[in-house]
Design a protein around this ligand. Sequence first.
Ligand code: M6R
Length: 574
Amino acid sequence: MCGIIGYVGSRNACEVIVRALERLEYRGYDSAGIAVVNEKLEVSKVVGRVEKLKSRKFEGTIGVGHTRWSTHGKPSIENAHPHVSCDGKIAVVHNGIIENYLELKEELKTHSFKSETDTEVIAHLIEENYSGNLKEAVLKAIKKLVGAYALCVVHESKPDEIIAVRSGSPLALGIGVGENFVASDVSAFIEHTKKTVYLNERELAVVKKNGVELFDSEGKKKQLAIVEVNWDLEQAQKSGFKHFMLKEIFEQPRTVEETSKIKINAELKADKIFITACGTASYAGLVGKYVIERLARVPTEWVLASEFRYSNPIVGRKDLLVVISQSGETADTLAALRLAKEKGARTLAIVNVVDSTIAREADDVVYTRAGLEIGVASTKAFTSQLVALYKIAEKMSGKKMDLSGIPKAIEKILAKDKEITEIARKYFKVYNFLFLGRDVNYPIALEGALKMKEISYIHAEGYAAGEMKHGPIALVTDEVPTVAIAVNDEVKTKIISNIQEIKARNGKIIAIATEGDTEIKKHANEVIYVPKTDALLTPLLTVIPLQLLAYHTAELRECDIDKPRNLAKSVTVE
Ligand code: M6R
């Protein structure tokens, strides 16, 4: 949930690190800090955004940096990383959670602690084990850690090396010429090098200016596996859009087309399928459940990953667990995958980030090929996940889904951006929104509500439209607009009835309807039309106006769209 970076080379480390931290900010942004070795270890921390670090000018060509999403202790200078040892010579940046930190703190009673964080124990533990060899001290220290960590460590007396190690949290090395990098993800160093080494569980790297050495957790030397990442800096920039989220929404005609080209080679035979994920990815999974059951007639259970892992699930050898994750690092999704494997089930991961932990641990992987997604609010990854699920359903059922018209249809909806902005202008001051859908568009109602609340901070509820009369209709007043997905499908007449029930109670309706449906105008205050397509494919279209509505509402409310409060892009803690 935090971003970490290490740099060693010939350039000014402070400048390189601050730039990299800006790219990592999507992982957390409540405080930030940097440590540079320039004869002495110099540390600077700020509460708030990385930008504030720009005024700090340190000399030195080796250092580490951190941007934080708080877990233990509120955002403050004391709790911000890097954390340092008592003698002020060792600096540590950490992403993850150390579960036994209180126990370790007790063991390290003689050390003086300055923060409320779990991370600080690591700096003291390394200090306790240090006798001139930083790698050995880190290897000894990690033996005592319970939990998840990706660490970068520097020592004042070792001005030529960074020790990087991971277990449970991601870490990648960037291999340059006369300089090397360590970071939570590749976007931090992509402007300098595309040559990458993804560290595996419990691997440790000694990173120097002119080389990198890799070791296992016992200190045994290993071979480096360098890969070339297939995306570039352009993808990590806004390219003229005001926000990454808007850029990513507008990329969808291309990304959906790209995902449509994938071939599913995975083994899909199963008595029962479980689909599990978190947040937006889980709603893609719920669409997948409808589609797989409808087309392939294989019983498919949808369950949130955070629930699956503690439910003692009845899953075994004849079952297939499908996990979905943009980042491939979400802690609950990863835990669900590991649990299903333990119980003997086959696992298939639908993942965007290549070589991420989930991708590497699943028996089979389907890459969504949506490209780098930076906006915290997931958009293009969602539609690509849907396409991957349609392809899986196609393969399981032998029935063809015609996705060829979808990119053009999305383009047509994106052309309504101004129209949707005007609708947002009418409603952006409300305190509550309702989102209703049925059947395959029920998950889209959930997703529409999630998008609205996470970036605009307006309370929004997504509901299966038929459930309205069982409680939520009590919320309806003329100040609570309802977004109703009422496209041409088998349940349209049902949803029109639900709309009428809301209208009868003075509720305002924003309908998402199929082009050519003039009748709907009688029932709705606003109508956003989407092109006609196969009813099962409509989620690929109906979600687009909901993304734009959330975006423009948040924009009018002057919210920090790419970095919504309290959130982080990849949730690598439970
Ligand atoms: O990386 P993942 O797809 O596993 O992330 C899952 C959720 O954390 C993510 O979809 C989250 O709900 C987004 N902020 C939604 O926009």
